[in-house]
Design a protein around this ligand. Structure first.
Ligand code: SF4
Length: 258
């Protein structure tokens, strides 16, 4: 497959389906992937063949490279809609995550105060209070909840350490309206097992979890690029639209990206 490994610490801007003109901030090394999940659909590929060898960028490196890029964008464009923490894995695993968020937020205020601050995270470090507090600094803290089935999570998201979905839902619910939940829906087969989470046995428990979390918004989407596991398929537009409608009937805003 054609894996996407992003430059570090600043990349883009890219035009994001969900966020608009997005300047990327990658807190992971630029030569590989570091993630607490190993999702079968990850556009960076599986963890093992993409181990990083370079160190994590420091807070100083991130802020000075970002300032250089933002200064250039004020003179030459384009104007970013959003500064997005994303890239080669999970941004919250960076040990200096909270300080970096503060530094990036100050630079956003200085150069593009109307740009939003977003993060795409799998949420696995949400039990850490410093991480939770840092997540509150984002306009859009977009956290992953692909399902509430432990078996499905072990098959598809493949957590690299301890992961308890009940704990995740508890901490997500503590953040409530401050967060956005993102969910990947798909079909197909991985390791001979069906991975269709559009089926009712997955949808209703996931909707029940959304009621408990009560997020500001839900973003549902499906596979957009080649995946490391070769037999995955997109959910259909009709399925996504129908799931989106069910979220809205709960009184929760929902966007659908197909
Ligand atoms: S959480 Fe994101 S970066 Fe990590 S493996 Fe899954 S898709 Fe890839």
């Amino acid at each position: 497959m054609s894996t996407v490994i992003y430059q570090s610490p600043i990349f883009g801007p890219v035009h994001s389906r969900r966020l608009g003109v997005s300047l990327g901030i990658n807190l992971l090394p630029g030569d590989g992937k570091v993630c607490s999940f190993d999702c079968v659909y990850c556009e960076c590929g599986f963890n093992a063949p993409h181990r990083a060898h370079q160190p994590l960028p420091t807070c100083e490196e991130v802020c000075s490279k970002l300032e250089e890029r933002l200064r250039d964008m004020t003179e030459n464009g384009p104007k970013p809609d959003v500064l997005t923490f994303a890239g080669n894995g999970e941004p919250t695993v960076h040990p200096d995550f909270a300080n970096i968020v503060k530094g990036v937020s100050a630079l956003r205020d200085k150069y593009f105060p109307n740009a939003q601050l977003s993060i795409l995270s799998n949420g696995t470090r949400v039990s850490n209070k410093d991480v939770r507090d840092a997540l509150l600094m984002f306009d859009n803290a977009i956290l992953k909840l692909d399902t509430v089935s432990a078996d499905y999570i072990n098959l598809v998201d493949q957590p690299c350490g301890h992961y308890c979905v009940e704990d995740q839902i508890h901490y997500f619910a503590e953040l409530g309206k401050k967060i956005i939940i993102q969910t990947m829906f798909m079909k197909g087969v991985h390791e001979g097992k069906d991975v269709d989470n559009c089926r009712e046995e997955y949808i209703q428990p996931w909707l029940d979890a959304l009621v408990r979390i009560n997020p500001r918004k839900v973003m549902i989407y499906t596979i957009d690029r080649e995946t490391p596991s070769p037999l995955l398929e997109k959910a259909t537009k009709e399925e996504l639209d129908s799931i989106g409608e069910r979220v809205r009937t709960l009184g929760i805003e929902c966007s659908v990206s197909y």
